[in-house]
Design a protein. Structure first.
Length: 357
């Protein structure tokens, strides 16, 4: 279940263009939704007709007015509700999802917990990467726990810059100067996510991309993806994943159903609940609350990537939106993807809910 503090908190960040502020204030238990009976085929047909009605004209609006947006997939009540792909893009097109990679990394950590390969967020990072203690780093690296990396509270300053030669360089990552004690201050830090990826790869005992394909993506039916490596040959944690838009939606569905997929537990339910819990008030770039590498709105959980890459999960509406955009400074500033979710998709689904349909 979404914590009550999340359900009632209107975080309405300017960077989101108000995306979080207009969402519903009450969310039912996720566990009740995950256990709900599958609607009979006749109900599916009726729901599909209602989706067509509430989303009528949306494709034309995106095509003409939201030119940054490249693809959209909407799942409502477990059913396809709307999809749209700009000319030259299809459901099979891979999109560089930027920092959505971080949120997928958080799911992988939960998968590794289920496999017994990590004990949990409270485990010391140095137990998996003992070399970091021999690199002449600040003594605070000895106290770093995976929870600090998952919540962006490691103690390093904010860093949103990709550094192709250093992103997976353990020495460079851990020798950066600390500005706070671990666990005391939020700072959105690509280096922390990249360090998490290195530690998790060590824990699972194989390249992280291989583990992800075998234990997370394949069970979800996701076969088409790419994961960029750094200069040292390791999968990056801050950025680097390329996914199709339907694959992004499936990851959102996994979060919506608390790590359960087709009767199988992929990620521990308690971990996904903790992932969606407010661990800090967050800060830039979205300036909204933060869980485990997922941003939190008023009743929503979001993966966000530079330029307008989104996985938006709203349990109260039984809604998942996956959306990609052009990756440019201009598209990041315009925020058309966030606008589309806030002004068009969420209100359309809410109208169905208010009608009791």
């Amino acid at each position: 279940m979404f914590p009550s503090s999340l359900r009632r908190r209107d975080l309405g960040a300017a960077a989101l263009g108000g995306l979080t502020g207009g969402l519903t204030a009450a969310s039912p238990a996720w566990s009740q939704r995950a256990a709900a009976a599958v609607a009979p085929p006749a109900a599916d047909v009726v729901l599909a007709a209602r989706h067509r009605r509430v989303f009528a004209g949306l494709a034309a609006r995106i095509d003409a007015q939201l030119t940054d947006v490249q693809s959209v997939v909407v799942q409502h009540r477990g059913q396809p509700a709307f999809d749209w792909f700009r000319s030259g893009t299809t459901a099979d097109t891979l999109h560089d999802v930027q920092s959505v990679t971080k949120s997928v990394l958080a799911l992988l950590f939960g998968q590794a917990m289920a496999d017994g390969l990590v004990r949990g967020p409270d485990e010391l990072v140095a137990l998996r990467l003992p070399a970091m203690l021999r690199l002449g780093a600040d003594a605070r690296v000895q106290r770093l726990r995976f929870a600090h990396l998952l919540t962006m509270t490691a103690g390093w300053p904010p860093d949103e810059i990709a550094r192709p030669g250093r992103d997976d360089d353990l020495r460079w990552l851990v020798r950066r100067p600390f500005v706070a004690e671990p666990g005391t201050r939020f700072a959105y830090d690509n280096g922390a996510a990249n360090l998490l990826a290195l530690g998790l790869a060590q824990a699972v005992g194989e390249p992280l991309a291989n583990y992800a394909r075998r234990r997370l993506f394949q069970p979800l039916g996701i076969g088409r993806l790419a994961w960029r490596r750094g200069a040292q040959g390791h999968a990056l944690g801050a950025i680097g994943l390329s996914l199709t838009t339907p694959a992004m939606a499936r990851l959102g569905e996994l979060v919506l159903h608390e790590g359960q997929w087709q009767g199988r537990s992929l990620v521990p339910r308690a971990y996904v609940q903790d992932l969606a819990r407010r661990h800090s008030s967050g800060g830039p770039p979205l300036s909204t609350a933060y869980g485990y590498l997922w941003w939190l709105g008023a009743g929503s959980v979001m993966a966000s990537g530079y330029g307008g890459q989104w996985i938006h999960v709203d349990p109260a509406l039984d809604l998942v939106v996956a959306l990609t955009s052009r990756r440019t400074p201009e598209s990041a500033a315009r925020g058309q993807g966030a606008t589309l979710i806030r002004r068009d998709i969420v209100p359309a689904v809410r109208r169905l809910q208010r009608a009791g349909q």
